[in-house]
Design a protein around this ligand. Structure first.
Ligand code: GLA
Length: 760
């Protein structure tokens, strides 16, 4: 008993000591922040008096605290930094200022001097950049962590310090919104960086491999330790890899390690755990390996793409036959309406059809191994986008750093990777091609025509080059004076811009509300939202081109209820997507209320795809969605009949991503000409079943597991409104699984899916 008491006391003492040590090593910056939406360089100064500023929390964006604001804002806090902080620390040479996640851009000042900008430390006496072109927004979801030498004159030891943060929020939620904000002394592990997302896994023969990086960001400390890598099959939990790597990193050294994991027919969960001699902390990361479900494309000819295509009478017609198989391929089309002709070598059909009508065209693709035939229904009438648009958009990959070459590289990649042979058509430039709003350069010619910036020297020739590949060309603008990126918009120049778009050969316009919100009283009032969209629609209709019209106003005022009425072929139903499961889940699984408004010519748009290398800037990373999450993404978007716009660097396509985007049976669900959006028909704990009616009378379903563990699920046909006996096909595997009688057991990986086609 005595022994027990003594040891208990001992444990208690250690525990106490650990807590004290931790608290004395850190000063929390949670409470005491002041805030203003004004912007003045003087706010950085320690002498500035901020008493009249409002109090603000730093664990949620300012909108969630009742502040409706985009643009600049400032945060300030006063804090005493005691020298005991460094005296008690083991490593005494630098101090960390951890400022949490900041949406979008930050300049962080200490006592009037800049210490960091968007994740980077800045040397003493650096003047803040007031060239607003460099207000990068792509760091919004990253924790800002700056460090200064303990001797840095910007720190006032044992005295009051003022931290001031200038934030710029482009749109949507803004400000310091999450994270552990503190001033503290580093542990050795703070200098150790385990970077497991600097490359993606490549599947090759029987292995899945990738390179990870271990980096020492300190100048002087040696980091010695061990990295253990454990991979387990995600479905049966069996170990497939158990490996330990020793490392010894000198100051500023980095090493690469190749991780090779035996290939499975589902993901392996890979856990990386690093420990460093001299630190008690473990550094953990995990990811999941990709697996391929789609069978390889056959060498024999196969015609893909939607079975129906629409253009307006008399407008330039452009249709590229989508066919896979060995090259060379010979193409033909019988029954083309008058005015059209086909290039037999490329399968590109061009011309113009004067008479409205429905034409059945027999398409043929032939190579040395065989021939495929397919009927294409060409509808010459008022409606465009008879199936959801499929293409590429620059935003999720390049953000405002898009340029002519990047766009043309995407068009070439559509052809070279074979994506175009599966029906991918549009190459769309998003924001960033216009003249920057705050620059001194004229935004328009003397005649009022929009100028392009130096990154797009010749829009017309870019359009011509894209068209010569048989692909279509899209662009972006805003009904406001400025776009979301701060570039010139179309306000009061709608007709001028529609004319320019037509001259450049534009086939698709994304029209993004953004700057127009400044002149609105109520951003959710359809009466205010409709007029700018109607105005541009009218201007587009006057052009001698068909221009698919994409409305982007984030779902405000239930756009699905009136998007078609204002001429929209598609409309965004939500705010922006990004490559995180929570965001994907929030957007994808909430597309319910709008379902009945979806249909040929008018589509709900839950935003673009976040697979492959993305980054919203030149700073790219492989999608942070796991392979199962990516299967869920493409499955759900296809069931929803959503527009499919790839948003990644197509010159960096790995085989998993390419497979994900080229499964013709999955694409056919999205492109089904009935255009019915799936709805949820069953929820059972973490499992959701979504069901979509198809034009041939069959159904496609997705069984999704939204939970964090693999789930067994018995699908009872009667629970999803289907007869007792039904033929089932696994769409991703393109394989029949036979008849299901009454019900069947399935095992669905966490965040993953099973997509079936069910027919009587
Ligand atoms: C908004 C849109 C995005 C993108 C950017 C461009 O955020 O929702 O899709 O177009 O603007 O600045």
């Amino acid at each position: 008993m005595k022994l027990f008491r003594i040891s208990f006391l001992f444990i208690f003492l250690i525990f106490e000591f650990a807590i004290n040590a931790q608290t004395s090593n850190k000063i929390a910056l949670v409470k005491g922040w002041k805030f203003t939406t004004e912007n003045d360089a003087g706010f950085a100064s320690p002498d500035f008096n901020d008493v009249r500023w409002q109090n603000i929390a730093v664990d949620k964006p300012w909108e969630k605290q009742g502040i409706k604001h985009d643009g600049f804002a400032w945060y300030r806090i006063r804090v005493i930094i005691p020298s005991s902080l460094k005296d008690n620390a083991e490593l005494k040479d630098s101090v960390i200022f951890n400022m949490g996640k900041i949406d979008d851009f930050d300049q962080t000042f200490l006592n009037g001097s800049l210490i960091g900008v968007n994740l980077s430390n800045v040397p003493a006496n650096t003047e803040p950049d007031t060239n607003y072109k460099n207000l990068d927004y792509s760091y919004w979801n990253n924790n800002r962590r700056y460090s200064l030498s303990v001797n840095d004159p910007r720190i006032k030891w044992d005295a009051e310090n003022v931290i001031a943060v200038r934030v710029y929020d482009w749109n949507g939620l803004g400000g310091i919104f999450s994270g552990d904000l503190y001033i503290g002394m580093p542990d050795l592990s703070d200098y150790f960086h385990l970077e497991n997302n600097v490359s993606n896994y490549i599947i090759k023969n029987n292995t899945v491999s990738k390179t990870i990086k271990l980096r020492n960001s300190s100048h002087n400390y040696e980091l010695k330790g061990k990295l253990s890598v454990v991979a387990k099959n995600k479905l049966n939990q069996k170990h497939v890899l158990d490996k330990v790597f020793k490392f010894d990193l000198n100051g500023k050294e980095e090493i690469k390690i190749d991780i090779l994991i035996p290939r499975q027919d589902q993901s392996s969960v890979v856990n990386f755990t690093a420990s460093i001699i001299g630190s008690n902390l473990f550094i953990n990361r995990h990811d999941e390996t990709p697996y391929i479900l789609t069978p390889p494309v056959a060498e024999t000819p196969k015609l893909n793409g939607a079975p129906v295509y629409g253009e307006r009478p008399g407008k330039p017609f452009l249709y590229r036959m989508a066919a896979t198989g060995k090259r060379p391929m010979k193409y033909s089309a019988k029954g083309l309406p008058d005015g059209l002709e086909i290039d037999g070598k490329t399968g590109i059909i061009t011309g113009a059809v004067e008479s409205a009508g429905t034409y059945k065209v027999a398409l043929t693709a032939e190579n040395s191994l065989g021939k495929d035939e397919k009927t294409l229904t060409v509808k010459i009438g008022a409606a465009l986008a008879l199936t959801p648009p499929m293409g590429w958009n620059s935003w999720n990959v390049w953000g405002l750093e898009v340029d002519h070459n990047k766009v043309y590289a995407a068009a070439e990649a559509f052809v070279n990777t074979g994506l175009a042979d599966h029906g991918w058509t549009f190459i769309n430039i998003d924001d960033g091609w216009e003249i920057f709003g705050k620059s001194d350069s004229p935004k328009r010619t003397a005649e009022g025509k929009m100028l392009t910036n130096e990154k797009f020297p010749d829009m017309k020739s870019l359009g011509d080059k894209i068209h010569s590949l048989g692909l279509k060309f899209g662009i972006y603008s805003s009904p406001g004076d400025l776009t979301c990126g701060g570039y010139a918009g179309s306000l009061n120049h709608e007709e001028d811009d529609a004319e320019s778009f037509s001259e450049w050969g534009i086939d698709y316009l994304k029209y993004d509300l953004c700057g127009y919100r400044n002149i609105m009283k109520d951003q959710n009032d359809p009466a205010e939202l409709k007029p700018p969209y109607i105005k541009m629609h009218k201007a587009l209709l006057k052009q001698n081109r068909d221009i698919v019209y994409s409305i982007c106003e984030y779902g405000n005022g239930k756009v699905w209820e009136w998007g078609e009425e204002v001429g929209g072929n598609l409309w965004r139903t939500t705010g922006d997507i990004w490559d995180e499961w929570e965001r994907l889940k929030q957007i994808g699984f909430s597309q319910v209320e709008n379902a009945k408004y979806n249909g040929p010519g008018h589509w709900n748009d839950p935003d673009m795809l976040v697979v492959g290398w993305v980054g919203w800037s030149s700073n790219l990373h492989p999608s942070r969605l796991t392979p199962d999450e990516q299967y869920t993404h493409i499955t759900l978007w296809s069931l929803l009949s959503a527009p499919l716009l790839i948003g990644c660097d197509l010159t960096k396509l790995d085989n998993f991503t390419l497979n994900l985007l080229t499964n013709d049976e999955v694409i056919a669900i999205d492109q089904d000409p009935l255009g019915k959006q799936a709805t949820p028909v069953l929820t059972d704990g973490d499992i959701q079943v979504w069901k979509k009616e198809l034009s041939d009378g069959s159904y496609a379903i997705g069984i999704f597991n939204l939970g964090n563990n693999t789930k067994n699920f018995t699908l009872y046909l009667e629970n999803i409104g289907l007869p007792d006996s039904i033929k089932a096909r696994n769409i991703w595997k393109q394989k029949d699984i036979g008849f299901i009688y009454k019900g069947k057991d399935f095992r669905i990986p966490s965040h993953g899916t099973l997509m079936l086609k069910l027919s009587e």
